[in-house]
Design a protein around this ligand. Structure first.
Ligand code: AMP
Length: 320
């Protein structure tokens, strides 16, 4: 190892609150990266983005309420010590790794439910999933009290739902959306990739290939959503596809003619493992360029906004 000490692990809400209070003294934005652990290079890239802004708290919590019946909650990988070692080199201030009963007491009966994007994409296939996500993220936000939270574009609909929630509830939190990290062959990194055999993995590559086929159709000037979806579907013939769609942003509507800001998004199942991926683009003249999912969620733009607020020193600022 590098000699950098592994970050402290905080298990309890009280411990976390005391630690959070100690960070306030430095007048730097506290940056939060929620995860379910089994950290890979995608998660670590979120932490690197976060560390550009201020001290980082990473949570590791496999949230039971975002898994449906028959989903992979029980087999979801849990490796706290390995995760902790992976975070050691990145200068994380602390890991919050609560037990389930620290987050959900027996009588918990309050849910946070975003009444938008319902029935679309993943929500049509995982009913209740986003309610679990928005509820746990609200709880974690209330415990960690971050100034900034960093999420991955890989979970595009999650980012859109959480962005809506942050605005609707006036949460004083800036959201950063970091790009999807992929393996060299194009497969988006996911904790679930470990469930894939080598032949499953070869099939899984079809998902990113299909999305790139959609990008190519857009580049060729195809204006019909149905035609683009057809071109993508041809790449995944014979596979168990939940959806493979072109949707407008930010509402994930299905529009017959390609809108100016869009996401190509897909979900498929391979040997019981569900994989998702997406690419978002914006029309610039007569072509489409890669574009953020939500406005001004890039780490530099967020740093500018924090500076404007004047309450914070952003860590990556040059000295003086
Ligand atoms: P998870 O542990 O799957 O809940 O993911 C925690 C965070 O990491 C979420 O904000 C994800 O969107 C993000 N994430 C997962 N995989 C990737 C990836 N391949 N690239 C970038 N971010 C990712």
């Amino acid at each position: 190892m590098s000699g950098v000490p592994a970050p402290a692990v905080l298990y309890g809400a009280q411990e976390l609150r005391a630690f959070r209070a100690s960070l306030s003294i430095a007048k730097r934005p506290v940056v939060f990266v929620p995860t379910m652990g089994d950290l890979h290079a995608g998660h670590l890239s979120l932490v690197r983005h976060a560390a550009d802004l201020g001290p980082v708290i990473v949570s590791i919590f496999v949230n039971p309420t975002q898994f449906g019946e028959g989903e992979d909650f029980d087999r979801y990988p849990r490796n706290l010590e390995v995760d902790r070692a992976r975070l050691a080199t990145l200068g994380v201030a602390a890991i919050f790794a609560p037990a389930a009963d620290e987050i959900y007491n027996e009588e918990a009966a309050t849910w946070v439910d975003v009444d938008a994007l319902r029935g679309r994409l993943c929500d049509a296939h995982r009913p209740g999933h986003f309610r679990g996500v928005t509820t746990v993220v609200t709880k974690l936000f209330n415990l960690v009290q971050p100034d900034v939270a960093v999420f991955g574009q890989k979970d595009a609909q999650q980012c859109l739902v959480l962005y809506r929630m942050v605005r609707d509830l006036h949460l004083p939190i800036e959201m950063v959306v970091a790009p999807t990290v992929r393996d060299d062959d194009g497969l988006a990194l996911s904790s679930r990739n470990r469930f894939l055999s080598s032949s499953d993995r070869r099939r899984a590559l079809g998902l990113s290939r299909a999305l790139r086929r959609g990008v190519q159709a857009l580049a060729e000037g195809v204006q019909s959503t149905a035609e683009i979806e057809q071109a993508m579907a041809e790449v995944l013939v014979g596979e168990d596809v939940d959806y493979l769609d072109l949707r407008s942003l930010p509402r994930l509507d299905h529009e017959p003619v390609v809108a100016d800001h869009v996401v190509l998004a897909g979900a498929m199942r391979i040997s019981g493992t569900r994989l998702i991926d997406n690419i978002s683009l914006r029309r610039v003249g007569d072509r489409f360029d890669p574009a953020p999912l939500i406005p001004a969620a890039d780490v530099n733009e967020v740093a500018d906004r924090l500076r404007e607020r004047g309450t914070f020193a952003v860590l990556s600022d040059p000295p003086g």
